[in-house]
Each structure stands twice: as C-alpha cells, then as structure tokens.
Design a protein around this ligand. Sequence first.
Ligand code: NAD
Length: 560
Amino acid sequence: MKGLCIDLFKNYSLGLAGTAGVGTGTRSSRAFTHPFQRRRSNYQNQKHFSSSKLTCSSYSTKPCSATLSAVTAEVEEAKQTFNPEKAGLLVKELRKSFNSGRTKSYEWRRSQLENIAKMLEEKEKEITEALYKDLSKPEIEAFISEIVQARSSCNEALKELKHWMVPQKVSTSITTYPSSAEIVSEPLGVVLVISTWNFPFLLSLDPVIGAISAGNAVVLKPSEIAPATSSLLANLVEEYLDNSAIKVVEGAVPETTALLEQKWDKILYTGSARVGRIVMAAAAKHLTPVILELGGKSPAVVDSDVNLEVAVRRIMAGKWALNNGQACIGVDYIITTKDFAPKLIEALKYGLEQFFGKDPMNSKDISRIVSSTQFTRLAKLLDEDKVSNKIVLGGQMDEKQLKIAPTILLDVPEDAQIMQEEIFGPLMPIVTVEKIEDSFSVINSKPKPLAVYAFTNNEQLKKGFVDNVSSGGMLINDTVLHVSISGLPFGGVGESGMGSYHGKFSFDGFSHKKAVLYRGFAGDSDLRYPPYTPEKQRLFRAVINGDIFTIILALIGWSK
Ligand code: NAD
C-alpha cells in the first residue's frame, strides 16, 4: 500500500508539473521525495497560509494505513493544494497590509529585524539541527556560513537602517532655481523571495532581511530540497514575525508556479539559470523587476609563485569545507600551468588528508550530497569514459549515504560534461595551460562565472584579472570571503545572474529610488511660458549654456 500511495503521489506530481508547463519529470518527482512538504502546504492553505505545527510523523503514517479510496481522496485533496487562486488571495492579503502603510514605518522595520535577531539567538540549535538533517552540514560550518552571516546582515541592517532611509540630497541646476532635490527610497510593495537548498537558511533569510529593511511585505518560498530547513523557516516566521506582512509558502514546482503567476513588485530568485529563465519569463508578464542570483563555473587560478600551503588550504575551504562543493561561489575547477600541476596536486592530496583524514567518506567534517537526484547527476559526470580515467584522487561514492569523496581530476577534455556544466559538488577538475596568462581565455571562453579566484603574487597578473576577466565577483589570493564584505555587492553577471544584494545593496534592491524635486512659488520666470519670443529664446539658450554674461545682457535687454 505504501508503494501504491507513493506512486499515486508521484503520478500526480508529474501531471501537475506538466500542466504548469515548467517542470521536468526529474524535478517533479524530486518534489515528491518529501511528501510531508505537500501535506504541510495543504494544511497551510486551510489555515490561510500560516505555517502549520504538524509533525512529520503525523503526516507520514497516514498514506501507509489508508485505503485506496482514502488515497484517492488524499490525491484529490492534494489537487486543492496551493494554487494560483490561493496564491492570489495571499498576495491580496499582503497588499492590504502594505497599503495600510504599516510596513513603511521605521518602527515596524526595526521591530521585525529585532525579532529576527532574537530568533537567531534563541533558535541556533534548531537551525543547526535542520541543516544537519538536510545536508549533514557540520555544526561549525552551519554556524559560520549560515547563522553568523544571517546575524551580521541583520545587525548591520539594524545599525544602518536609519541612515539608509534618509533621503539622499542631490544638487539642482540653474534651470530649476530656486529648488532642492532628493532621492527618496520607497518600498516597492509586495515582494517574492524564492530560495534554494544549499545554504537553505541564509539564502532564505538574507534577502528577507533586505526586503523588510526596505519596508516591503514579503513572501518567502524556501526550497523543497531542504525540507527540514523549509519547515523550520515556516514555523519561525510564524512565531517571530508579523504574519500579516511576512509569510512563508512551502512547496515545490506547483507552488512556485502558482506564486509566479501573481503580480509582485519584485522577485529575488536564487537557484539555477534554467529556473531563472522561468522566473524571468513569468515576471515579464507583469513587468516585475527581478534579481537573479544564479551560479556558474567559478574557477581558481593558481600561479606558481604563491605560498602553496596557504593557497591550497583556502581552495579546499572554498570547495570541500563549503557544503562539500555544493555552493554557488565554491571553486568549480582549478587552472594552473602544466609545470606546476604535479606540485599543486601533491599539496591538495596532503591538505585533504589534513582536513578530512585518510577516509574522507567517514569524516564528520564534510557535508553529504543533498539528494539522490544530485548524487546521480554527479556520478554521471564522473562516469563519462573520458573523465573517469582522469581521476588522480578520490572517486569513492556511497549512494546509500549520499556521500562522494573529494575527487581531483587532471586534464579532463573540454567537451566533457563536467567542463560544460556547473559541478556543484566535490569533484574538482584541474585544467592545465602553458602560461598562467592563458587562463584569461579559458575563463572568458565560458559563460561569465559568479566568482573568479586568482592566486598570485604578480601584481601585473592581478591587474590583468581585474581588467580582462568578467565575473560577478573576484577575489585575489583567497576564496569565498568577498561575500562577507557587506560593502561589496553580491550578484552575478550574464549567465551567473543580474542585480545584487547584501548590506545596503539589499536595501536598495528592494527599494524604488524616487526622484523628488522641491520648488516654492518664488522665481516664476516668464521664460518657460508662451508666447515664445526671440528674446526668451536667447535668454533660454544662455541659461541652458550656463553663459552668465549673456544671461545678464538678456536680463537687462542688451542681448542680440
Ligand atoms: P532548487 O532546486 O532548490 O531551486 C531553487 C528554487 O526554485 C526552489 O525554491 C524551487 O522550488 C524553485 N523551482 C525549481 N524548479 C522550478 C520550476 N520549474 N518552476 C518554478 N520554480 C522552480 O535549486 P537549484 O536550482 O538546484 O539550485 C542550484 C543552483 O543555484 C546552482 O546553479 C547554484 O549555483 C545556484 N545558487 C546560486 C546562489 C547565489 O546566491 N547566486 C546561491 C546558491 C545556489
């Protein structure tokens, strides 16, 4: 019976994805690997989208003991799940809250941010546990890369909010004299944040912090691929935040599709470029602006003049100690010279043993692969004939535990799939070039990556990277850390995304910059009004050209 229930659910999910016209079979069945998520969504709908307190076991026992008709009823009930109509009601409800003006006040924004700070303080354990359930994320990694980052975003917003909200004065010109002008940051309205699974807590909360700081009402759609974190976020938002203006909708493709049919005032999407295109197409129907936080193949270039021990540690930290390579800014592949490659490989082998011991498959300090879909995808990348014989370290896999050992490959052919798509896992190809400067053309021959890391002591080479290589961000002599600088925008370019956030960029990303000019009633010159005379035209030209002498002549009637 259990198998039958699951099959029915799977079939249903495929059908739904088909009608939505956006899902693939793989995606849809993935969505139903977490049936609890669907159950929660149904329950949420009944409760007007508030998050539920259902426990996992209360759902999972149900289909197993159900009769066939009960299962059919369940499928029917599932069809009533979060649909465009319900999504429409949700947006309407939030728009009402936004239109009341409450979210615009400094006090409301501050109180929500304070509650987020409190939540991060009080629920650290729950957050860490959820991340462990979803990804076996080591506690310290979860703390540093998700909780601390979210905390610092929130604290910065609390510290700077007042300044960010102050209108920015700009100078005016003689054509409007006397006048003053300013740029007013106004909230956009009701915004949607769609998040992904690899840093499922931070990448959900961080944009929400920006949306709240800017005074918007916001719906968060966390990733169904990280169900424990998604569920926790739904509960925490309900417990800590103003639910009339901040909501979580859990679910997979059908729920996201229903949300995307609505008119939003901004959408921030984090995930793959494939879905990014779906999001942008849906947004275009309503002329909704988007921020797309996508990925790409981010390389690390290693010159031969570096401190190899430090460089290797930093590369390993930006690959395997960062969610086991499942990170948008993780190192995707390395480029080095042919001569230097053997030295680099030896250093990596030594470094990996220092980090994860002789048997990395049993290390507690490394995350697992998030799902069997991702595991199969990675296994396929490695299985290609022209790839599997290039492994110089690692290659072990345990499908049951969803574990893949840190794996290094040397000189994989460029047309192999592993060099064509973002790896997003623990596989690390090393590409060799004759001269290190050849790395520019290797990187530039591919779509623009989210990050480029260059390890070198050569000042000219550093400048060469900055001047000649286009990427979302760039970091010289380290990996990943550039995203911790809130004064730097975080975002991609080209295939790696558009728009950015972090720090004030988040506030700006969720604000409209309204141009406001103030004038009084004095100084109302005839010049701009009909009837138009040659004198007026002369004076007007003089004013436009800023020619003070001609202006004076014109004013006293002496101009030609
Ligand atoms: P995912 O499968 O979790 O998808 C992300 C979101 O899109 C989820 O909320 C999901 O429900 C939704 N979604 C999936 N398919 C959809 C569809 N057909 N229609 C509508 N919505 C849909 O995540 P993913 O796509 O596997 O994420 C991995 C990618 O994300 C990688 O390319 C990675 O580089 C990128 N990423 C980027 C950043 C960044 O900040 N730039 C951060 C993390 C990950």
